[in-house]
Design a protein around this ligand. Structure first.
Ligand code: 1GP
Length: 249
């Protein structure tokens, strides 16, 4: 199994290079908006596309990944809310275990059921410790996953969860306040977690400004993921990409 993309992510982390991932929710973008997003992302040197959602009700994921791959070289990484959001046309799969929750289905159950199909896909598999952090109100992901997020003022719980995920062999930690969160994850929580893990740290949920993206990167996030804000205003992509990449000079 190849680890090409993960090796790049890891090398970037160890060289203190920050990255920007634009999240594409297949339910929310029509063809025209997808093309506009791709064109802006190319110009802005976006590092990754994440594709997926907690609840996807349309059947366009495969076609969207095909369109992205056809028009650009930006790696496409699946961020699936369920095992049916998998297409071999992507470059890699975030193989998420919801380690902040205590729902066995999302810790291991769905992985067992989908394992043969996932392996057969030939996708690069990136094992991820996925941690939901409270973002001020219930989100689709907290509702659908039937789990309690980690309270945003409980840094120690976030830290111990991330440490456990790393020691279990997971290759990446994704701290998420959930799509459209009222409050993004506090920088001091990101800072504490990032100081105590060696694996790359992805941060998303409720980030709407370049300033917040920069603050999170400085706190130790390696990849910033933004969906909602750039869906509403795709021109933000360039501003946020420039801000994040300015830290790499
Ligand atoms: C959600 O982290 C992602 O899983 C992105 O969240 O849509 O709020 O940017 P937003």
């Amino acid at each position: 199994m190849t680890h090409k993309l993960y090796d790049t992510i890891n090398t970037r982390k160890h060289n203190a290079k920050k990255a920007f991932a634009v999240l594409i929710d297949p339910d929310k973008l029509n063809d025209a908006l997808l093309m506009q997003t791709i064109q802006i992302a190319i110009k802005a040197n976006v590092d990754y596309f994440f594709v997926g959602g907690s609840l996807v009700v349309t059947d366009t994921l495969d076609a969207m990944v095909t369109t992205i791959k056809h028009h650009c070289n930006i790696p496409v990484i699946l961020f699936p809310g369920s095992p049916d959001q998998i297409t071999p046309k992507a470059d890699a799969l975030l193989y998420l275990s919801l380690i902040s929750g205590r729902n066995p289905e999302l810790l291991i159950g769905q992985h067992v059921i989908s394992a043969p199909f996932v392996k057969q896909s030939g996708l690069e598999i990136i094992p991820v410790g996925y941690m939901l952090i409270d973002g001020g109100s219930p989100t689709t992901v907290s509702y659908i996953s039937n789990t309690n997020p980690i309270p945003s003022n409980k840094k120690d719980i976030a830290l111990c969860t991330a440490m456990a995920g790393e020691m279990l062999g997971l290759k990446l930690i994704y701290m998420d306040a959930g799509s459209g969160a009222q409050r993004p994850i506090p920088a001091d929580m990101i800072e504490l977690v990032s100081k105590h893990i060696q694996i790359p740290l992805v941060v998303g949920g409720g980030i709407t400004t370049a300033a917040k993206a920069i603050e999170n990167c400085k706190a130790g996030a390696d990849i910033i993921v933004i969906g909602n804000a750039v869906e509403k205003d795709p021109t933000l992509i360039e501003e946020i990409a420039t801000a994040i990449h300015s830290l790499n000079k």
